[in-house]
Design a protein around this ligand. Sequence first.
Ligand code: FES
Ligand SMILES: [Fe+2]
Length: 401
Amino acid sequence: MAWPLRGYQVVSEVYNIIEKKKLDVVSNPIEKSHGLPNECYTSEKYTQLERKKLFEDKWVVIGVASSLPNKGDAKPFDLLGIPIIILRDKKNKIRVFHNVCSHRGYKILQKSCKIKNLIRCPYHSWSYDTSGKLIATPHLGGMNKHECKKFDKSKSNLKEIRSSVWLDMIFINISENEISFEKYIKPLSDRWEQFWPKKDRKLMVYSNDFGYFNLNAKCNWKFAIENYCESYHLPWVHPGLNSYSKISDHYHIQGLPNRFAGQGTKVYNPKLKGKEKFPCFPNWPKDKEHIAEYVALFPNVMLGIHKDHFYAYWLEPVDHKFTKEHMEIYYVGEKAANSQKYKSLRKQNHKLWKSVQIEDVGIIEGMQEGRNSPSYNGGNFSPVMDNPTHHFHKWVATNIV
Ligand code: FES
Ligand SMILES: [Fe+2]
């Protein structure tokens, strides 16, 4: 935590864990920089700081709205230990709350459920509606007295977390310090307008059968993001993908202001078996039909947009060396997403992405092991191939201070 005392230089807490010069060097031009130092991947104390600076202070993804399809659906989520409730309220709106009872601090929701009317705390049965309002306080004023003049119920509602849903992803900003989500996402949203206009985005539908998988990665969450940013590893890690989409077919993406990075390909051409083909977004321009983009939106979601499907691959950091990865896949219209006609294609596409992501998990777990080497200086980048990865490292290095 920085203490902004007048006349004194503000000193960030991160410098108690990492030497300042090791973080400063990250933001140098790529040929003179190194990657983030080992402590960023191996230190529990550092990860606590990351929780505050990169996860509470930023817009982060905690799930998708399609996983709560009906009014009253609710589930708990832990963001690096912060207990959260995600629910769909009676007006069909996704809302997010701190998962802690205003009475004695019990973690109210322990598992996914369907809220009929109220969320009841199991400890003393205080109960809240789906807008977080405290409704019932049994025996609060003594036996059979459920109200008390000295107690103002309106001061004990559940604490709501600022949230926004974009392309089905649920974003939260716990500290409420970021710019509005609309402003935050505009640079990426505008970038995609050239081939994926907003009217087409509304057509995407979550696939209920082959729309989801999850993987566990025994490593720090950042490795998944930085690996996703580059296509340099394609020939060796994804020989299957590389057979039709080579490094030379890819281009770098480095968003400004620095909030996202990744890569695009110019030769997307799905080769799934069978005579059917997925329907495409209707306003995707013909001259860009082979464009696909793979963008990591910092800190914790990796997006893939193609003319015929979209995915959001989001990360649930559990601790400094364990990450859960969640893949959510969408198609163009209800038929493509859920009908029998396209089932075989969905199954193949699901299998394809799962096998690619498993190949990446093998790599990023090896990077975690490498970070135990005291000889490693954070990494020497290729000045040509590693720019988007460097972009992400700079984002971390500047936002953690
Ligand atoms: S802690 Fe929830 S009702 Fe007492
Ligand atoms: Fe990869």
